[in-house]
Design a protein. Structure first.
Length: 134
């Protein structure tokens, strides 16, 4: 039984690899954007952008953890991640700085990958749930 469980987790991790990669890239872009915003001559107008960068980076890392473990809740976390990525992308796209534009692009790509999760992960989540209820 233990071998079968570790195979399922490995399969889940591989199944989610595109989303995991997008989330990791987004988290890095958000960290860079927040740091660059703080280094602006007057960072106060960037406060909302910085806060969203931090929220987005955190939820992306959380989603990676759920996907890497093959959690049955990965899809739910990824849907929330997509919402926060959208909010961050919307805010970053309001600003002319390159780091904000690059962050917005990474957030949009991540949101797109996270929205694909129900199609990607439903079989793994259903199999895990089914095994636990029997």
């Amino acid at each position: 039984m233990h071998n079968r469980d570790s195979m399922e987790v490995e399969m889940a991790h591989q199944q989610y690899s595109a989303c995991v990669e997008a989330c990791n890239r987004c988290a890095a872009a958000c960290d860079h954007c927040a740091t660059a915003c703080l280094a602006e001559r007057d960072p106060k107008p960037m406060a909302h952008c910085i806060a969203l960068d931090m929220d987005c980076a955190d939820i992306c890392r959380l989603a990676v953890g759920y996907m890497s473990r093959g959690s049955v809740h990965a899809n739910s976390v990824c849907q929330l991640c997509a919402e926060i990525c959208d909010a961050c992308a919307d805010e970053c796209s309001k600003h002319p700085m390159d780091h904000c534009r690059e962050c917005a692009d990474a957030c949009r790509r991540c949101a797109d990958e996270c929205r694909r999760m129900p199609q990607q992960g439903s079989a793994t989540a259903q199999a895990s749930t089914s095994q636990r209820t029997h």
